[in-house]
Write a protein that binds this ligand. Sequence first.
Ligand code: PLP
Length: 397
Amino acid sequence: ASLFGAIDMAPRDPILGITEAFNADTNPAKINLGVGVYYDDNGKVPLLQCVQKAEAKLMEQPAPRTYLPIEGLAAYDKAVQELVFGADSAVIQEKRAITVQALGGTGALKLGADFLKRFSPNSEVWISDPSWENHRALFESAGFVVNNYTYYDAATHGVNFEGMLAALKDMPQGAIVVLHACCHNPTGADLSQDQWTQVIDAVIAGGLVPFLDMAYQGFGAGIAEDGAVVRRFAEKGIPLLVSNSFSKSFSLYGERAGALSIVATSAEEAARVLSQLKRVIRTNYSNPPTHTAKVVAMVLSTPELRQLWEEELAGMRVRIKEMRNLMVEKLKEKAPGHDFEFVREQVGMFSYSGLTKEQVGKLREQSIYAVDTGRICVAALNSTNLDRVVDAVAKVL
Ligand code: PLP
């Protein structure tokens, strides 16, 4: 018998399944709202000007593709660390933060998970209910038991904050709690700064280990605003992990540009943490790719390119907000008995629209693809497809 004879077929990825169904649909007016990708108003994934300029500059002096250090390109790690914590932050000044280049946000989470499993093997992990669909599988594959904490409240389309706080207070000391720094995926429901204050207090009081996942910095209220919670945690002097991704904010999905930062309680401790993190990387993929790191490092650390990036990112953020506003206004007209105001309050690329699985099924009959949970990607709406989406939603309500 074959070594592989007894292997079962793995379940299909639910989101990639939507894309497969979408690709097979021959209706030219089909619309895919199931994705986690930003599209411009022409329905195209943008190639940012700042990236094109950095690449052109790099091409002026072609460089050999030698191995990077295990922890990645030094200029990248430094620029990312300063973006995440602020160049003048105590954790950087006191050398308590370490940052390593990672293969996207997913790669950063996996490095963090593998590192934590080595040094806190008996801790359990808590993720929001619901969360990004890969969080559970990723931490489970690192060997952790993964639990949910209360998060979304379907009745208000916002956060069940009382429930979340109670769950945090119930967690055992040393529990690893994964928090979305901004633009919660999949719900679009974020905490206020006031609520974050209470979360930070509960994390410290309970001796929990916060792991902040920041995959959408700049898509909520702005780069600084979205990153504020990371800096607030970092000021507290507790151990902290932060994964961040440039997939969305640089529109560099396939380049796998991300980083993992860990804040330790002293410089000496941070050096030991980095040495062990390098072992995790070395035995996994040895060292990360060169091109993406050079591009992002150049953009972040060259003032004109940095400014251009911030403008281009603001353009994406503003366009998403316009789509939220227009969708709410148009639904007010087309579906007068239904209140979609909450779509305006939600932030980032996604919205839990409140559509049921059955309603999503009916949308699909009209060649409009959303996730069964009702999650839609607002960043896939545009001035051409919005009316069709609104008409179709009004029809299935
Ligand atoms: N974390 C969250 C919450 C996400 O939504 C995503 C991507 O969708 C990631 C992490 C992973 O990002 P990347 O594509 O850079 O691996």
